[in-house]
Design a protein around this ligand. Structure first.
Ligand code: ADP
Length: 224
């Protein structure tokens, strides 16, 4: 599903060059649950952004389902992401002005799914994430755990094959964090490929494999 060859990302700001990724070679098969770990600043988020087609590498190739997407334009990347990749972020990234239903519905709106089908899918996702009783609530009226469940519902509503999660439990207490990890594990058991950035040894224990990054390079891989 995912293959990178000598992936590089260099950020240039005036006279400063940062090599965020330096020849990253990765292969992640469909159905895997992979944790990416490493110290702060080692390139984890940069890697996840490129894998999620939010950004392009500056060198090397990235093949997603057999297509080299490393030189895709932003419009091509946006188009390919729809319905294929779901995101879960540490900060939940919900839209404050939209209620639970409307937040979860967003990806389906972008995909042009008709209203009755949207309603069916949003209700299904809300039930799965045990958030249906908060359908009319706005993000500020929800606990952190509830907000992350809404964010996961939004990530899964389009039935994506790949979920990318960046520190999904980073803002949660241990009980809510455990719930979120159990939900991700359940989705993985149903066949969704999951790539998760985490600092937590506990969370990485849910993954089948850990890839360790250091200074923009893969230093080792551990099968769990
Ligand atoms: P991590 O997620 O492991 O903490 P990041 O991927 O956020 O690491 O960052 C890797 C390196 O790239 C860091 O040195 C960071 O300062 C730098 N970096 C990340 N994003 C940018 C950017 N937009 N512009 C310049 N430098 C960046």
């Amino acid at each position: 599903m995912i293959k990178t060859v000598n992936l590089q990302k260099i950020f240039k700001t005036e006279e400063v060059e940062t090599w965020a990724l330096n020849n990253v070679n990765l292969e992640i098969k469909a159905g895997e649950f992979v944790a990416i770990m490493g110290p702060s600043g080692c390139g984890k988020s940069t890697l996840l952004n490129i894998l999620g087609l939010l950004d392009n590498p500056t060198g090397g190739t990235y093949e997603l389902n057999g297509t080299d997407v490393s030189k895709f334009t932003e419009a091509q990347r946006t188009n390919l992401r729809k319905g294929v990749i779901g995101f879960v972020f540490q900060s939940f990234n919900l839209i404050d002005e939209l209620n639970v239903f409307e937040n979860i519905e967003l990806p389906l709106l972008y995909m042009g799914i008709p209203a009755t089908e949207r309603k069916r899918r949003v209700e299904d996702a809300m039930n799965r994430m045990a958030i249906a009783h908060r359908v009319k609530h706005f993000p500020q009226q929800l606990s952190g755990g509830q907000q992350q469940r809404v964010a996961i519902a939004r990530a899964v509503v389009a039935n994506p094959k790949l979920i990318l999660a960046d520190e999904p439990t980073g803002n949660l207490d241990s009980k809510n964090g455990k719930e979120v990890m159990e939900l991700l594990t359940e989705l993985n058991k149903e066949g969704t490929t999951i790539v998760m950035v985490t600092h937590s040894q506990h969370d990485s224990g849910y993954a089948g494999r850990t890839i360790n990054l250091f200074d923009g390079q893969v230093v080792n891989e551990i099968k769990i």
